[in-house]
Ligand binder design. Structure first.
Ligand code: UDP
Ligand code: GLC
Ligand code: MN
Length: 376
């Protein structure tokens, strides 16, 4: 059903453009099963969408957790996932239950090994594929979100911002981080971006380098285009400025698991409600245990069951720890029923935060989000 499309590098892609550069094929989906009722409708709202990207089944898991987190917080906007041809059909099937549109796109790869090596992320050449989000011209405005982000509250107010709005990158704050950004779909901008990319390349080998060079007045021109950091709180920032995280962290609206290690690289014990293999080291790049747990709880509750249905009897990597010795000594997968997710209001979260309930790790006290909750 899905044609395989080879990965193209920038110049190969540009050689096909603009005349043969087709917009992504749109796979329209039926009404999502887990969709929440929108509180109200107005015509402009239906023309706006949150967009994410997954070129592999692993990133697709992240995309689904993100989509579900947006639904749980009652977004009134559409949800769109761009997928590469390597995402398996079963995975796409599961995605269709969460997203309004799952759209197949050509994977673009910068193959810029030198710059990607500087970031120690050889895998990020394919992030150029993100640029295809500008072709979603059926929407008047969109918010792109990396598949390794998760929302903690409703963020529909982002649609009040103009192109290109984004939060500062924690590594170089005069650059914006391209994990969360507001943009206006336009075939013209898409073509300009691809041309820019083929002429200049990307200084980091990925989309963030291109986008910062292209929207190069972001740092100075218009403060309304600077999203507060709480709309893109990257894990890397938590440990590089812990006092700020302690002070402002409870306001976070979007968590970004930026860096080499992603939540889906761990495994999860459903019975104990524990993430496995997460060390207690506090260093940049380390994921905050509470956000990591929240990610897995969402995955276990809302995403894994969809994948299970889509895969049927075919095996798939659930990420769950398998244990259980039966009387006959046979191993069996852990029970399907996941732990209940923690449901606390942001008020309550703030209260708990301020009450100073903290976890001791080494010598530092770290604020936790899920203070008194149980999840067994
Ligand atoms: N991405 C993808 N497949 C990959 C790598 C990246 O689909 O192999 C997409 C995905 O949406 C991801 C985004 O590109 O969230 C940016 O990559 P990543 O989040 O890994 O970069 P980081 O934020 O860690 O720098
Ligand atoms: C960044 C961003 C990510 C982007 C990557 C490559 O670290 O978080 O969204 O895809 O760099 O440019
Ligand atoms: Mn990311």
């Amino acid at each position: 059903m899905l044609a395989l499309i080879p990965a193209l590098n920038c110049s190969q892609l540009w050689s096909l453009c603009p005349s043969q550069c087709k917009p992504p094929r749109i796979i329209r989906t039926r009404t999502p099963v887990v969709r929440l009722e929108a509180p109200h409708h107005c015509s402009t709202m239906s023309e706006e969408a949150f967009v994410t990207l997954a070129t592999s089944d692993s990133y697709a898991k992240g995309a689904m957790v993100l989509g579900q987190s947006l639904r749980n917080h009652n977004t009134t906007r559409k949800l769109v996932a761009l997928v590469g041809a390597h995402v398996t059909e079963c995975c796409i099937e599961a995605m269709k239950s969460i997203f309004d549109e799952v759209s197949l796109v050509n994977v673009m790869d910068s193959e810029d090994t030198a710059n990607l090596a500087l970031m120690k992320r050889p895998d990020l050449g394919v992030t150029l594929t993100k640029l295809h989000c500008w072709t979603l011209t059926q929407y008047s405005k969109c918010v792109f979100m990396d598949a390794d982000t998760m929302v903690l509250s409703n963020i529909d107010e982002l649609f009040e911002r103009g192109e290109l709005s984004a939060a500062p990158d924690p590594g170089w704050p005069d650059c914006f981080n391209s994990g969360v950004f507001v943009f206006r779909p336009s075939n013209e901008t898409h073509e300009k971006l691809l041309a820019f990319c083929s002429e200049n390349g990307s200084f980091d080998g990925g989309d963030q380098g291109i986008l910062n060079s292209f929207f190069n007045t972001w740092a100075t021109a218009d403060i309304s285009k600077h999203l507060p950091f709480i709309y893109n709180l990257s894990s890397i920032a938590i440990y590089s400025y812990l006092p700020a995280f302690k002070h402002y962290g409870h306001n976070a609206k979007v968590v970004h698991f930026l860096g080499q290690v992603k939540p889906w690289n761990y495994s999860y014990d459903q019975q104990k409600g524990e993430v496995k293999g997460h060390s207690v080291a506090q260093q940049p790049g380390h994921l905050h245990p509470d956000y990591l747990l929240l990610w897995w709880q969402l995955y276990a509750k809302a995403v894994a069951p969809l994948l299970q249905t889509a895969y049927g009897d075919a095996p798939f990597i659930s990420g769950f720890v398998e244990h259980k010795e039966h009387e006959d000594g046979a191993h069996q997968a852990s029970p399907v029923s996941p732990p209940e997710p923690i449901k606390i209001s942001s008020e309550e979260r703030k209260k708990r935060w301020e009450a100073g309930r903290s976890t001791t790790w080494g010598t530092t006290h770290l604020p936790t989000l899920n203070a008194n909750s149980t999840h067994s």
